[in-house]
Design a protein around this ligand. Structure first.
Ligand code: DC
Length: 221
């Protein structure tokens, strides 16, 4: 049954604009939205709070399997982790970097597979992440690989954080983003790679609206 429900997989490195674009496309289509990074980030919060060692893959996988994670509005603007709203905590670089570290563990990824696949509900799903088109929804009829140059991605993230009143240094942010991308690309389990048949969009020189228009064209809307 769920195989009949269309999925638009949007994968790519951090800061390529996936979050904004995926949410907007989902809204235009009236489809559900999966921010898989928010799931890894929520697990990172659970791990940090519990004091679990970041080296203990099995313990982290057990936490992943046991955590009660809900998106009451279907959007990570509200995330309930064991009943508590943690949405405001997941945006930090510490959380993103911790998420990237624990996401390298195979047992952790396996424990989160069904949670992600559960988002595939009619009339369709826009799924944002690193392995949406390769591992989680390999049968997705639409696959996009959204990227941008490292400089552009770092600058966008810098502006985004500044807008939220978070003070960061552009140089160290650039280094952190490069380090996170390297880890996400080079890991053994579900590395960030372009899925077979995916369409590459480089957003370095494009406005968000242009990226959205291209994606809607790809899926014939
Ligand atoms: O998309 P994001 O920046 O919120 O994701 C945070 C980290 O979570 C990212 O650096 C790697 C991991 N992640 C992953 O391994 N697979 C996904 N599908 C989504 C995120």
């Amino acid at each position: 049954m769920s195989a009949d429900i269309p999925v638009l997989a949007i994968d790519g490195p951090s800061g390529a604009g996936k979050g904004t674009v995926s949410r907007a496309v989902a809204k235009r289509l009236g489809w559900h939205f999966l921010d898989s990074g928010a799931i890894y980030r929520s697990l990172a919060i659970a791990v940090l709070r519990s004091g679990t060692s970041l080296d203990d893959a099995e313990a982290i996988a057990r936490l992943a399997a046991a955590m009660d994670l809900r998106f009451p509005t279907g959007d990570p603007l509200q995330i309930l982790l064991n009943g508590e709203d943690i949405a405001h905590e997941i945006a930090t670089e510490t959380c993103g970097n911790t998420a990237s570290r624990i996401a390298a563990y195979g047992p952790v990824r396996k424990a989160l597979l069904d949670k992600q696949r559960g988002f595939r509900q009619p009339p369709g799903l826009v799924a944002d992440g690193r392995d949406m088109g390769t591992v989680v929804f390999p049968d997705a009829p639409f696959k996009i690989f959204l990227t941008a140059s490292a400089e552009v991605r770092a600058l966008r993230r810098y502006k985004q954080l500044k807008g939220k009143g978070v003070h960061v240094n552009l140089d160290s942010l650039t280094k952190e983003i490069e380090e996170r991308d390297r880890r996400d690309r080079e890991r053994i389990e579900a590395p960030l790679v372009m899925a077979e048949g995916a369409i590459l969009i480089d957003s370095s020189e494009l406005a968000i609206e242009q990226v959205i228009a291209r994606i809607l064209k790809v899926i014939g809307k």
